[in-house]
Design a protein around this ligand. Sequence first.
Ligand SMILES: *Cc1c(COP(=O)(O)O)cnc(C)c1O
Length: 390
Amino acid sequence: MFSSQEEVIEKEKRYIMQTYRRPQIVIEEGKGAIVKDFFGNEYIDCVGGIAVNVVGYSHPTVVKALKEQAEKLMHVSNLYYTEPQVKLAETLSLISGMDKAFFCNSGAESIEAALKLAYKTTRKKGFVAAEGSFHGRTLGSLSATFEPKFRGVFEPLLLSGMKFVRYNDAEAIRNAIDDDTAAVILEPIQGETGVIIPSAGYLKEVREICTERNVLLILDEIQTGFGRTGKWFCKEHEGVEPDIMTIAKALGAGFPIGAMLAKEGIEFEAGEHGSTFGGSPLACATALASIKVIEDEGLVARSRELGEYFMEEVRSAGTDSKPVVKEIRGKGLMIAIELTKPCSEIVGAALKRGCLVNCTAENVIRLVPPLVISKEQIDRVISVLNEVIS
Ligand SMILES: *Cc1c(COP(=O)(O)O)cnc(C)c1O
């Protein structure tokens, strides 16, 4: 396609809006937890398409389902019934405990749907969200996103009734709820802010407060879903049932698809919401294949086991006692190494040694690898991180 890596990078700068700062690497292909660059160099990928590629790159079951569905029917609009969409909705209900699905194409869109559905269900326009939250970049979902670096020049945002309270503080939520509150919206673990894990009991208490005050609870499982934290969904760690739940990222194993799931009785009616591409046969067949792989290969349990393995190994390697390491924390294969200084240099140094890791919230190295990563690959990642952190 291009004759040199320089040409790709030059033309990217010329033709693409510079919304992302990218390292000097062009990725050509992937298999399992490994990606290859323009020159054929291999990297162990601990970014995993930002918690998307749970079943690994080019999983044969997923590729086969995608090809077969592409040959049959890619898109026909939501004006007609299609089997993969109905099957996926049924499957999601079984694995999530939610009742009904609305399909869309991304995380932000599922948040938009959730906020809109909360409006319509309660006829109220107030929301309580958490400091440090990330729910997306569209104007509505950005209204629920806390960080000033994302809100920036777009203030004031669409939803003026958004209140932000301290994360991991249930009392703050109790105090923020008033007669205009439609819903509380939370991530069960804050992803973009650096894998912030709330105390045990927090979500349960928030659930109780929402029930007591007759306010909806929206859980954003876009990053934590599909085995990432060692359960199908992070809410299971606490036994908490939201009224509305948003999913995307890992749902389609790399094919863009999102969904908003809700409990019985909380739903849109004809004409109240829609999406041209949402829940296309191609997206749904791919997602179904990915869910089957997660089940067949026991990836949910594997995420839990490998997460524990990672924690043990990284401690015995002494990574946590390095002076620049503030804390190492995680749940399943959602892991953060928090440093006392910005981690961009470390990301670059790890890249040179064949590991892709990313930096979130300035000083947090976030590891969300494919759940099919092997112990040997984890060992290699730990030894590289140890070396570059030293
Ligand atoms: C990534 C993410 C989103 C936004 O998803 P997009 O698909 O990028 O729109 C929303 N919430 C959480 C928790 C996320 O991690």
